[in-house]
Ligand binder design. Structure first.
Ligand SMILES: C[S@@+](CC[C@H](N)C(=O)[O-])C[C@H]1O[C@@H](n2cnc3c(N)ncnc32)[C@H](O)[C@@H]1O
Length: 197
């Protein structure tokens, strides 16, 4: 069992819609979600909704001290845990919709955004939504990876959000179902943000 499973399950009990899953992502899912992180150079990698840090750890290993790694988590409990465990990662306790301001403050443009956010976090009450803002946060060759659950993949909210992703990026591909994850999941990889929307 993942050592963070109890903390993750507690978070789910405290706020089920925001946490969206009862268990942290598996290593298999983390590998697929982080595949666009470049193996050379000094990329800026932003993780949205890092939870207990399964994907954070894989990004960190991939970067091996290169570039910048930011993790934006809305739950103060989870953000504090993550900051303690990874002092070399810039952990920011904030809503993901603050990403444009967070990057602007640091004069950064993201090369890769890895999102473990539930789709609901993209809907937002106001406008523009997070999905409207994401292309502006990425460089021209930037990539966004988004977690989706296989069981709800064909449900109207997930289909609407995927359509929206296709409108915001020139290329969107979806991984095979990752069965070694609870629940089974897919990773959408969106590349080349459209500037003409
Ligand atoms: C499905 S969990 C994924 C956790 C982790 N990435 C993993 O794969 O194990 C979703 C995470 O997103 C966080 N979250 C939800 N809405 C958010 C928002 N609007 N801004 C930042 N984080 C958010 C939750 O607190 C939770 O940690």
């Amino acid at each position: 069992m993942n050592r963070d499973a109890p903390a993750f399950a507690w978070e789910f009990l405290c706020d089920p819609p925001r946490t969206a899953s009862v268990a942290p992502s598996s290593a298999a899912l983390a590998r697929t979600a982080t595949s666009p992180v470049p193996g050379s150079g000094d990329p800026v990698v932003v993780e949205l909704g890092p939870g207990t840090g399964t994907i954070t750890e894989v990004i960190r290993r991939r970067l091996g001290g290169r570039g910048r790694q930011l993790a934006i988590e809305v739950s103060p409990r989870l953000a504090d845990r993550l900051a303690l465990r990874y002092p070399d990662v810039e952990v920011i306790c904030a809503d993901a919709t603050e990403l444009p301001a967070i990057l602007l403050d640091r004069v950064l443009v993201a090369d890769v955004v890895v999102s473990g956010l539930p789709w609901a976090a993209f809907a937002g009450a106001g406008s523009p939504t997070l999905l409207d803002q994401l292309p502006g946060c990425l460089g021209g060759n930037g990539a966004l990876t988004q977690l989706g659950y296989a069981a709800t993949r064909w449900a109207p909210p997930a289909r609407r959000q995927l359509d929206e992703l296709c409108r915001s990026f020139e290329e969107v591909t979806t991984s095979r179902t990752i069965w070694r994850n609870l629940p089974p999941a897919v990773i959408h990889v969106a590349r080349r943000p459209r500037r003409d929307r």
